[in-house]
Design a protein around this ligand. Sequence first.
Ligand SMILES: [Zn+2]
Length: 181
Amino acid sequence: MTTSEAPELIGLAQRTLRDLRLRVAGASGGGPDALREAGYAGAASLFDAFESWLGDRGSRRAEDLSIVEFSARAAEFFQNAGWGRVSFRSLHDALAVIDIEDCWEAQLHGQGETGCHLTTGTLAGFLGCLADYPVAVMEIECGTTSNARCRFLAGNADMLEHAYEQLARGEMWETIGAGEF
Ligand SMILES: [Zn+2]
């Protein structure tokens, strides 16, 4: 895509986002589903910004990058955007694992709150722009003050449902998808 249009992004103070997401996270504000949907709604604009950013650096388009190149580029893009240190990698060629150290959303949590729902929805939409199927994302570890890393699994809906069942049975996330797809 060659575009001279500015991506539909705007910078807001963390304080503003924190206040908004805390209100939405409550039951009367729609809860986690509303946050995930809001993240998803903006993901295509974020992906457009990523493509423009790649183009500005003389890079090939995102869909033409290897997973290693994509991970390196996306890590830099998201870190510049204030997301924390993000890494993408493949898990047994079946799922993608996304780790975010110092995840921006975990740092905005209210007391006792867990789950980075805006991030989950945004990742689903962002990765969906690359895949030729709808991408589902699940957060399997959410950072706390002592361990500020959040970990997400991404894949198609069937894979994610399967992964969810395996995790619920107590299996380790690292083994999910091994030799199964
Ligand atoms: Zn989290």
